[in-house]
Every structure is written in C-alpha cells, then in structure tokens.
Design a protein. Structure first.
Length: 275
C-alpha cells in the first residue's frame, strides 16, 4: 500500500493541549519510556507534526524525562519554516527536524514512541492505514504509535494506540479522555474519532455497537444517581466494562476521565465485525 501524500497542517497547537495524553503515557507506558537496554538506549520519542510552535513537544520532553533523564526527543515537522524556528529550543537531547512520516526510518533513528496528534484529520479515511504504516516503521518491537485528535483546549481526546509487533502494527486500543469541560455523554467523542472511523459510524458497524453499549451504560448510571458528568462517566465506564469485552477496569483511568477499549482481536476497522 503506497503512503498518502503528506499535507501541511494548520499547526495551531497550544500549550498543554496534549497534557492528558502525556499523563496517560506516564502512568500506563512507564516501562516503554524507561527502557534502556540495547537499542533502547538511543530510542527516541518522536513527535510528528508539532506545528507552528513546539510547545507540546517540549512539555512532553520535560514530563517523560522525569522517568528517563537521558531520553532523546525529536520533533519532526514537514514545514521547513516551522522546523527552522523550533531549532532555537534545541538542547543536548532535544532536536527538531524538517521531514515527514518516514523521517526516522530514513535517518536510521530507532524510536520507542511516536506521537502524531491532529495530523490525519485532513486525510481521507482510506489513507489512514498507509499513514500508520509509515509512521510506525522505525518503532522498535513493543514500541507504540499514538495517533488521534483533540479539541482545541485539549479537553477531549481520542487516539489509536498501535503497537509494533513482529507482523507489523497491532491495532491495540482506542483511548478516550475528557476533562468534562463540555459535560459528558459518550457521543461527545464522535467528532474526534480517528479519520478512518469519522463519518463511518453507521448502524451495524463495530464502533456504532460500542457507542450504543456505552450510551446505554451511561444512561443506566444516571438513572441510578450518577448526576455529575464525572460520576456518570465513571459509573457508566464501570457498567460498560462488565458488559463489553476489552474495556479496561483500571480505576485510575476512570477516576481521571479515561476509557480504554482494547478488544482481544484488536480495534476493528470500518467494515469489520466485532470479533
């Protein structure tokens, strides 16, 4: 499958927009961030498409280095002017480069974590798989690609978690997060779904069935006294986990506005049935 042509993004990332994703990774992917054996010693965190200003790259670097002070951090941006402007923020192990989805492979840079947020929204749904494949080429086995979207303030997040395995990228999970600034209902996430699912959540699809079950669990939670957005989210997630395979039951996630759906056979693609 050929890669989709890369497009210039609007690049309007604001400070703290990806704070919820950073918090998730620090809590749930600590071994990945800390690992130092063999090639992992030079394996980078790669932030693809950091935008007009590298605020979120620098914020992640500070947070991740609390676990791994030697972590190499590389921001990659297709726009040459943005990449050049970001160079003033470089440090001993923080670098900014002009390039595209395949930069790390072309540069021979091993990678532990790739983040590509708010990048594929301008792509066609059928281009997503090729983009994922190219973004994940330099990941070491067990490495993670995080690709998805947030709203402007970063209070609503939906992201794929794609894990490098021997046979390629495994569609490991979908991660949802809200800070409740817009209240809460499961369909709040609909406009921020990955590009291959957006506008494809038709009746009969796997994701439509998932959201129908989540909505039913949320309504039931409200009927049993979960009145605030946070309470209805937490109790709805708990009920959903009891009825739907692959919904994480980790209390930290629910208490902090996260829901992770990790189907045993991987996240279905549009048109695929639920396994």
């Amino acid at each position: 499958m050929s890669a989709a042509p890369e497009r210039r993004t609007r690049g309007r990332t604001s400070p703290s927009r990806l704070r919820a994703l950073d918090a998730y990774l620090l809590h749930c992917e600590r071994p990945l961030l800390e690992r130092q054996d063999g090639p992992w010693g030079e394996a980078a965190f790669l932030d693809v498409g950091f935008g007009e200003h590298p605020w979120t790259t620098l914020e992640s670097a500070r947070g991740f280095r609390e676990l791994n002070p030697a972590l190499r951090v590389i921001g990659v941006e297709a726009d040459p002017a943005r990449a050049a402007a970001a160079a003033s923020h470089e440090g001993e192990r923080t670098h900014f480069r002009q390039g595209g989805f395949g930069w790390a492979r072309e540069a021979g840079q091993p990678v532990r974590l790739v983040r590509a947020m708010n990048i594929l929204r301008q792509y066609r749904p059928e281009e997503a798989a090729a983009a994922h494949g190219e973004l994940g080429q330099a990941l070491l086995p067990g490495g993670l690609l995080v690709e998805g979207s947030t709203d402007g303030p970063g209070g609503i997040t939906v992201a794929y978690l794609l894990r490098r395995e021997a046979g390629g990228l495994r569609r490991e999970a979908l991660l949802f997060h809200t800070d409740f600034h817009q209240g809460f209902a499961p369909l709040l996430f609909r406009d921020w779904l990955p590009v291959d699912w957006r506008r494809r959540m038709a009746p009969g699809s796997a994701l439509h069935a998932f959201f129908a079950a989540w909505t039913a669990a949320w309504i039931e939670a409200r009927a049993h006294g979960a009145n605030t957005p946070a309470e209805s989210f937490h109790q709805g997630a708990r009920r959903l986990s009891q009825a739907w395979p692959g919904v994480s039951e980790e209390p930290w996630l629910w208490e902090n506005g996260y829901l992770r759906w990790q189907p045993p056979a991987g996240v279905p693609r549009p048109g695929e049935p639920i396994a």
